[in-house]
Each structure stands twice: as C-alpha cells, then as structure tokens.
Ligand binder design. Structure first.
Ligand code: SF4
Ligand code: SF4
Length: 367
C-alpha cells in the first residue's frame, strides 16, 4: 500500500468528525511555506519571484507550529522554496512530528544527504523528492545539469537511513508519454513508497509561459502514459485523482482542502493563486469568496488548473460524499479503470487490493 494505514485512518477520522459536525469545508493538508528562497531556479516555478528582502526571510518554528495547531489538518506538507535551506528546519520537523501529523517535506534533495544525520526517521515523516522526469527532462526542468543524479543518490541515502521517501513530479507541455513511463519504472525501482504526479499550474509569475499543459493536453498525455500499464506503479495519490487527470472523472476544485500558510499569512484562495491573505485560519475560511474559484466559477485563472491542491480534496469529497461515490471509488481501486480505458494492464482483484489507495492522501506540489 502506498499510503501508510495510520495516515489513512487519521484522515478518515478527521473526515468523519467534520461530517458529523456538518462542516462541508475543512482542511485535509496544510501547505506550510516557511520560506520562498531556493537553491535552484526552475523555469516553471511560481515561488521564487519574490523580492530579495522576502526571499531572505523565513517563518520561525513557533509561527509554523502555531499554523499547524490553528489549522488542525491531519497532514502537513512543506513545499518550495527549498525547506532544507531553513536554518531551523529540524526544529520545525520535530515539532510537527511530535503532534502526530503526517508530514511531507518537499525537497529538490540538493541538501538532503547532508541533513539526514540531523533528523530522526519516523512513520510521521516522509521526504517528497522533486523529480520531473528522467535525467534529461529533470535537469532541463530545474535548469541545472547534475541535479537528477544528486536526487537519486539522496533517495538511496534517505531510504538506507530508514526514512520514508516519496517523489513528486510536475509534467509540462514537452512531456513524452514513453519517457514518462520509463521514468515511473525507474522511480519504482528505487523502492520509493509512492509517486505523486500533476500537470504544472500556469503561474503568471513563472519565467516561461509556453511550458504549461492545457486540460485537454493533460488528459491526452495521462491517457497515453497509463495506457502502457499504469497498474505496475504505486502512486501516493487517490485513484479518483488519477482518473481525473485522464479525463475519466469530473471533479470540481475544493481549494479549502489544502490551505496555505506562508510569510504573508493564510493565502487566498489556494496554494497557487495569490489573491490576498488572512491573519488567521478562521478568517481565511470565513472571508474567502470560495464561489469565485474553481472551474465552474468561470474564473479564467482556474479553467486549465488540474493541480493536486484543489482536486485531491475533491477526490476525497467524491468518495465520501455519497454511497454511490464510495462504491464507485472502491470499484476503481479493486478492479481498475472502466473498460473504456483500453490498453491498461489488468490486475486481479487481490493484486489490486494490495495496491489500494483510498483518497486520503498527501497533496503536495513543489512549485
Ligand atoms: S520549483 Fe521547487 S526546486 Fe525549483 S526553484 Fe521552485 S522551489 Fe526551487
Ligand atoms: S482551480 Fe486551481 S487555481 Fe483555481 S482555486 Fe482551485 S486549485 Fe486554485
């Protein structure tokens, strides 16, 4: 199973409590951004364009832990900038793990090997390594040669030291289905716990704008990638979200599922858009005009978006919102995608059961 059972139970408990309280908007994953600076400058990054006085700053451990407590989400992700550049990242990690939150530290892995001796493995802690493809594609994506090799070595070292390791990959317009399949095979051979994949969001601030995938192109790309036998790969994502990427399951964005906290406060409405800030989590939930976001709202900034942060919470809602949704998801997890998706390798039900990932997972994006 690519998501720990404890994590699934923790999320299920959280969802059940929220539903019992009649709360239909609740957080699942806190996206905590303690800093924006990075030791890379990727072409598709929407986080490192802040002025240098902002890039020099970071949140203190107590600010980070206050945000974790305020939000109450069972999962915390620390995405980019590069978290391992934070001078007190060890203290932040320790504090979150002590609170029994499932923590995913998203890193480009450049500093990971040197950090490992200073950190303690835990079932609550996983590294989510930024890898956007095989060597050629990844080094091009991060705009620096040699980073792929550093990341692969860091994955091996982290695994050897007893840490949980996952990967997160953002695909762009130049992604080739064949190469993506080879890449997923290679990552599986490294023995990672699971992979996460998502099309890149077309940040207005990203230095290059013609690299992003439209929805239609994303559907075509993911269908082709999975046609070659996707069931041999383990994803740290819900099967519903993967079907959504292929265009086989319609979802509507649920941005409140992944609230984002940074140097500026609680970001409205999501990790990707930057339309104002609230001082407290409670204010974020109360004062954001949620109806103005998501595809159905007609907001042009949301039309092509298929990112984890809006749509993994939607996958949870699709599964637990009704018995019909739950049964549909269970069928998908046990028996695979419907027959319309020709060409996928068919697994037996027991084989699928061993790979089942209910939609109760991390939603992580490094850019
Ligand atoms: S995408 Fe991630 S690794 Fe690349 S520059 Fe942005 S924060 Fe750094
Ligand atoms: S559709 Fe994408 S950009 Fe729009 S609110 Fe949802 S996650 Fe944010």
């Amino acid at each position: 199973m690519s998501v720990p059972v404890g994590q699934m139970m923790s999320v299920l408990r959280h969802v059940a409590i929220q539903r019992l309280r009649g709360n239909d908007k609740y957080p699942l994953v806190l996206m905590l951004e303690p800093l924006f600076r990075c030791n890379l400058a990727c072409a598709g990054c929407g986080k490192i364009q802040h002025p240098s006085e902002i890039l020099r700053k970071h949140l203190s451990p107590s600010q980070c832990l206050k945000a974790v407590d305020e939000c109450g989400a069972p999962i915390v992700a620390i995405p980019g900038g590069e978290p391992l550049l934070h001078p007190q990242i060890g203290e932040i990690i320790e504090g979150i793990v002590a609170r029994k939150k499932y923590l995913y530290v998203c890193t480009n892995a450049i500093k990971l090997e040197e950090m490992l001796p200073h950190l303690k493995p835990s079932k609550y802690l996983a590294f989510s390594i930024h890898l956007d493809g095989l060597q050629k594609e990844h080094d091009a994506s991060v705009c620096r040669d040699g980073v792929y090799e550093i990341a692969i070595n860091a994955i091996r070292a982290a695994k050897k030291a007893g840490f949980r390791v996952t990967t997160n990959s953002t695909l762009f317009a130049d992604a080739e289905p064949e190469r993506c399949s080879q890449f997923f095979d290679e990552v599986m051979q490294l023995g990672v716990e699971g992979m996460m994949v998502s099309p890149g969001y077309s940040y207005e601030k990203a230095p290059e704008q013609d690299i992003f995938l439209s929805r239609e192109k994303s559907h075509g790309l993911f269908r082709k990638i999975f046609k070659g036998g996707g069931s041999r790969w383990k994803f740290n994502q819900s099967p519903v979200f993967l079907e959504f990427l292929k265009g086989n399951w319609d979802l509507e964005c649920r941005p409140w599922g992944t609230p984002s906290y940074s140097l500026f406060g609680w970001q409205k409405p999501c990790y990707l858009l930057d339309e104002g800030y609230a001082e407290t989590f409670s204010d974020l939930m109360k004062t954001t005009d949620w109806g103005s976001y998501g595809r159905a709202s007609g907001n042009p900034k949301c039309q092509q978006c298929m990112a984890h942060c809006g749509y993994e919470p939607a996958a949870v809602e699709a599964t637990f919102g009704s018995w019909k949704g739950f049964l549909r998801t269970a069928r998908l997890a046990l028996f695979g995608p419907p027959a319309t998706n020709q060409g996928e390798t068919v697994l037996t039900a027991p084989e699928r059961l061993r790979k089942v990932t209910l939609p109760v997972l991390p939603i992580i994006d490094s850019v």
